[in-house]
Design a protein around this ligand. Structure first.
Ligand SMILES: [Zn+2]
Length: 88
């Protein structure tokens, strides 16, 4: 009986490790691939695909949390792209 319990513990432990190593990598990879959220270049907020406002500028789609940010960007897009475009 003791052997069975230790076997189950060992198996459970192994399963746990597998989930946290390989599983975490898989989840992380698919998240990077999907990119469901964009950064609002005006205020720096995260905006998800189904929310906010979007605008195509120089062949790239930018997303904005609010109409205010969209209007600000429309006025002076270069200001926001130069200051926030190259994040390290
Ligand atoms: Zn915003």
């Amino acid at each position: 009986m003791e052997e069975l319990i230790s076997f189950l513990l060992y198996a459970g432990f192994f399963y746990f490790i597998m989930r946290f190593t390989c599983g975490a990598h898989l989840v992380h990879g698919s998240h990077q691939h999907k990119q469901e959220k964009s950064i609002d270049p005006v205020c720096g907020m995260e905006v998800s695909q189904e929310k906010g406002f979007s605008k195509m500028y120089q062949g790239k789609e930018y997303r904005f949390c609010s109409r205010n940010c969209l209007i600000k960007f429309d006025d002076t897009p270069d200001v926001y792209l130069n200051s926030d475009g190259d994040t390290p």
